[in-house]
Write a protein that binds this ligand. Structure first.
Ligand SMILES: *Cc1c(COP(=O)(O)O)cnc(C)c1O
Length: 362
């Protein structure tokens, strides 16, 4: 069986180091907002090329905290791609803001920058970009629009740790960025975890306070905050894995390249990238008219696949107010996509077998 993602094998490589970090936490008797957290935050900020990293409980909270700290709420609009994981959109509506959905580019699957300007109104406060499937959004046009209309740029970097655009990593491409360290992400912990990165000193201070019951120092509350912290064990595990992230992403690129060079089946459209460094291949998404048949065929041949995602956010029950929207590109993507296995621990034999089986699909 070729697993879609072998999380055990991924973390097994770091067993001794992870155990020793967990022991450090156990020995310290300090479990939240301690040295592991501080060390990882410093290292991750450096890695992304920003001044601040604030750990939090998960990726959804990271996005939520950014919107909350900017003070965006009821009556404010935030532009977001229609083709994304639902968390990006939930972060906006949970703050009372209105998500304004924009169609993706069929080649990159990321937000189509040419469709943004027509959606900007006097209520628009921010553009949230999502570096979907691991590919950094081409930011040039988005920066220009943000400047022209005085909007914040928020990155959802939950799928793109380490992806590079114009020499800069995700996490440093907007005013603030949300990361998830959910176990299956390119940098994942062994539970839930997330972080915000930013160069904005004021925003960083505010987010750190809001995430800790709104307190700037102990028992002194300046915001009606929430409890969203990255615990010491998860921070320690992330700090062990961070130095291996680039190498892991490199292996993902190698596999993606092999797939793109060797999958030859007219029924299948392969993913494209505008620049090799821009993509960290969180998932390898292909399109096929007969997606369900292809999935069956792979399953019969002992290859696990996944669909990211089977239903578009505007077609979900919880967003029935958007059900009337016509978003044909988003819907086409959701109907045709399927994700092939890709991970830093896949063997060459496994990669070859996937190609053979995909090529044999009729
Ligand atoms: C995983 C993910 C999130 C949410 O992260 P959690 O840690 O699961 O809350 C947000 N946006 C995108 C694009 C994601 O893939």
């Amino acid at each position: 069986m070729i697993k879609f993602l072998d999380l055990h094998k991924i973390n097994e490589r770091f067993r001794d180091e992870i155990n020793s970090r967990i022991k450090q936490v156990l020995d310290s008797g300090w479990y939240l907002l301690g040295n592991q957290d501080k060390t990882f935050e410093d290292n991750f900020a450096k890695y992304c090329g920003v001044k601040h990293c604030i750990g939090c409980a998960n990726g959804l909270d990271a996005l939520n905290l950014i919107i909350r700290a900017y003070g965006f709420g009821a009556g404010d609009e935030i532009i977001v791609p229609a083709n994304t994981y639902i968390a990006s959109i939930l972060a906006i509506s949970q703050n009372g803001c209105t998500p304004v959905l924009v169609e993706p580019d069929i080649n990159t699957y990321n937000i189509n920058p040419d469709l943004i300007e027509e959606k900007i109104t006097d209520k628009t406060k921010a553009i949230m970009v999502v570096h979907l499937y691991g590919q950094a959004v081409e930011m040039e046009k988005i920066w220009a629009l943000a400047k022209k209309y005085n909007l914040k740029v928020i990155e959802d970097s939950a799928q793109a740790h380490g992806a590079i655009y114009q020499g800069k990593r995700t996490g440093s491409l907007g005013d603030a960025s949300g990361f998830s360290f959910y176990p299956g992400k390119n940098l994942g912990c062994m539970g839930d975890g997330g972080a915000v990165t930013t160069n904005d000193d004021e925003l960083a201070k505010k987010i750190r306070a809001i995430a800790n019951y709104g307190s700037d120092y102990k028992y002194h509350h300046i915001y009606k905050g929430i409890n969203s912290r990255l615990d010491e064990i998860q921070a320690g595990i992330l700090d062990v894995k961070l130095p291996h992230l680039d190498k892991d992403n490199e292996r993902r690129r190698e596999i993606a390249k092999y797939y793109r060079n060797n999958i030859k089946n007219e029924k299948i459209s392969l993913p494209k990238t505008y620049n090799e460094n821009a993509h960290v291949w969180h998932v390898f998404v292909v399109r096929c008219d007969n997606r369900d048949l292809l999935q069956k065929h792979l399953e019969t041949n002992d290859i696990q696949t996944n669909i990211h995602y089977p239903t578009a956010p505007h077609k979900q029950l919880c967003y029935s107010e958007y059900a009337h929207l016509s978003l044909p590109i988003t819907e086409k993507i959701h109907n045709e996509i399927i994700s092939l296995p890709i991970s830093p621990v896949m063997t060459d034999e496994e990669v070859k077998k996937v190609v053979e089986v995909v090529n044999a699909f009729k």
